[in-house]
Design a protein around this ligand. Sequence first.
Ligand code: GAF
Length: 402
Amino acid sequence: MSDIHDTATELFTELTGRTPDGLWSAPGRVNLIGEHTDYNDGFVLPFAIPHRTVAAVGVRDDGIGRVRVASTFAAEPVEVALDELGTLFPTLRQAQGPSSQGKPAVPEWAAYPLGVAWALAEAAGAAGAGIDIAIASDVPVGAGLSSSAAIEGATASALNDLWNAGLDKTALARIGRKAENEAVGAPTGIMDQMASMLGEPDAAIFLDCRSLEAQLVPLGVAEAGLAILVMDTRVKHAHSTGGYGERRAACERGAAIMGVPSLRDVSVGDLSRAETLMDDVTFRRVRHVVTENQRVLDTVRVLREQGARAIGDLLVASHASMRDDFEISVPELDTAVEAALSAGALGARMTGGGFGGAAIALIEADAVATVSDAVNAAFAASGFAAPHLFTVTPSAGAQRDA
Ligand code: GAF
């Protein structure tokens, strides 16, 4: 058990005076390649990282149908009746009309676990017994490493077990996404939840976001003498506001103009026709998604045929596409990528939704210090706050730990 497990256990006992019935955890993720393709029914290739969120959870002993949640993110716990969960969240309130206005909203951090409780109760047909949840995490928040999917995965796994819901990992990932879309109000796809649920040591998850068919692809990074460096710029991002939703809307517009259900159905060969049909901005958004889908397929093929050492150029092309066509990079991310490449990285790209967060670099295992020094120096020279640099290895997905 880690420090995070101890912290979650202590927080649970502080909240309830009891010991938890169990500990469940779920990881954050890095996306190796395939950005903003998930909500376009496309392909992604993420892997789970060692950083995890732990939920210490117990059924309430007072027979009351309430859910209470505490987190190291917040000073105060939040407590609500299980049968009122559906009225709490902004997007649900809008859908339900004026009669539900005026109900107390919950703080955003609590909307993740409470949204999961609501969505899981819906999927299972009913909520189970009243429940107490204490959450601790070492997944960096706002860094594009899916701290939110880690909370959703840990909470969903716990409630699935304690409420005997019997749902499989894909169903739990869908519940996490529903919480994020409808309780938190972030219009995200399913990549992060699937990565957090399905992660395995030493493998990336090649996911078809249309069928949700997932294949494990061995990465062999360490065997190839390589390492993956995460370069967290500390520029915070949020997907419930602004740019993320605009990019999603542009993709939907592009698909409608092309007369297809989603951009998954547009191939690289269709791009010259697409360019004649739409405005320049929409076209560039479409071109990013269409070429990024192809880069995911190419990366999987290259990993299988030649190994991790050969994927660097695909990572670099992906970053250029996000910077120039999808326009979701920021100067700090570009600086991290360029500095890592100049210091000898085989490939580098921003990871996650963009507008801040982290980039990754594929580097020689013995070059961690050299590349880190170069990135730190480039940030200092640009007057940026120091980045947070650390290596990651593909890790296990959501599980019960105790
Ligand atoms: C965020 C979202 F949550 C994912 O669904 C995905 O769209 C990603 O941005 C971009 O690839 O992490």
